[in-house]
Design a protein around this ligand. Structure first.
Ligand code: PGA
Length: 249
C-alpha cells in the first residue's frame, strides 16, 4: 500500500498573523500538488488568519503543541477543543525544542497523544537523538524508548493514524542534514518497532517523516527512501519556495 507523502512545515515561533496570511497567499501557487499532502504547523495565534488565507487551496494548517487537559486553570495553555473548533486536524507533539526548553518528557507526550486521539486530533510525534547519543551508539535504543513511551496505551487504529517525525537534534536548524542512509536506518527501525508493537498492517500504514535541514535540494533523495514518508521542515517552510520541497520530484 502506498503511503501518501506528507510535506509538513513547522514555523516554530516565527511570523505574526498578518505575515502568516501574506506568506500563505504566496504559497498557494508554489505549494499546489495533487500527490503530496501539504501542511503548515503555525503558532497558535496565527491559526485563524492562516486558515482564512489557505481557503480554496490544498494547504492545511496545523498546530505546534496542545495541552492534555480539557479546560481549566492552566494559564497559557491551549486545549484540544480549542484547536478542533478553529479547524485544526494535525498537531506536532514532543518537538526537541519543547523537550529542551519547556520540560516536555516522554510521559507528557504520551498524555498528549492519548488526549489527541480521544478528541480527534492527529499527532505528529517527534523523536530524535543528540549528537552525543549518536556518538555513543545509542541512537536506536533512545528512539525506541521515545516511541514506546509516546505510544503507550494507544490502540492499533490510533497508532496507524499517527505520524512520527524522526528529527536528529544535531540536524535541526544546523544545515547538517542526516544522510539519506542515516535517516532511512532510523525510520526503518521505528517502523520495525511499530511492527513489533502493532503488527504488519499498522507498520505499513503509519507515516514516518524525517526532519532536520530538509530543503528543496535534498527532499527527493530523502523522500525516495522506502521508510521515509515525507518531511517535517523548519526553516525551509517559511518561504514560498517550500514549494520546491512539496514538488520534490
Ligand atoms: P529545520 O527544522 O528544517 O530548520 O532543521 C526542522 C524542525 O525542527 O522541525
Amino acid at each position: 500500500m502506498a503511503r501518501k507523502i506528507l510535506a509538513a512545515g513547522n514555523w516554530k515561533m516565527n511570523k505574526t498573523p498578518s505575515e502568516a496570511a501574506a506568506t500563505i497567499e504566496a504559497m498557494k501557487a508554489t505549494c499546489a500538488s495533487d500527490t503530496v499532502e501539504v501542511l503548515l504547523c503555525v503558532p497558535a495565534i496565527d491559526i485563524p488568519a492562516a486558515i482564512e488565507a489557505a481557503k480554496g487551496s490544498n494547504i492545511q494548517i496545523g498546530a505546534e503543541n496542545v495541552y492534555f487537559e480539557e479546560s481549566g486553570a492552566y494559564t497559557g495553555e491551549i486545549s484540544p477543543d480549542m484547536l478542533l473548533d478553529a479547524g485544526i486536524k494535525y498537531v506536532i507533539l514532543g518537538h526537541s525544542e519543547r523537550r529542551e526548553y519547556f520540560a516536555e518528557t516522554n510521559e507528557t507526550v504520551n498524555k498528549k497523544m492519548i488526549k489527541c486521539f480521544e478528541k480527534g486530533l492527529v499527532p505528529i510525534m517527534c523523536c530524535g537523538e543528540s549528537l552525543e547519543q549518536r556518538e555513543q551508539g545509542i541512537t536506536i535504543d533512545w528512539i525506541r524508548q521515545q516511541v514506546k513511551v509516546g505510544f503507550l496505551g494507544l490502540t492499533a487504529d490510533q497508532a496507524k493514524a499517527a505520524v512520527i517525525a524522526y528529527e536528529p537534534i544535531w540536524a535541526i536548524g544546523t544545515g547538517k542534514t542526516a544522510t539519506s542512509d542515516q535517516a532511512e536506518e532510523v525510520c526503518k527501525a521505528i517502523r520495525d518497532l511499530i511492527r513489533e508493537l502493532y503488527g504488519d498492517a499498522v507498520a505499513e500504514e503509519i507515516r514516518i517523516l524525517y526532519g532536520g535541514s530538509v530543503k528543496g535540494s535534498n527532499a527527493a533523495e530523502l523522500f525516495g527512501k522506502e521508510d521515509i514518508d515525507g518531511g517535517l521542515v523548519g526553516g525551509a517552510s517559511l518561504k514560498p519556495d517550500f514549494g520546491d520541497i512539496v514538488n520534490f520530484k
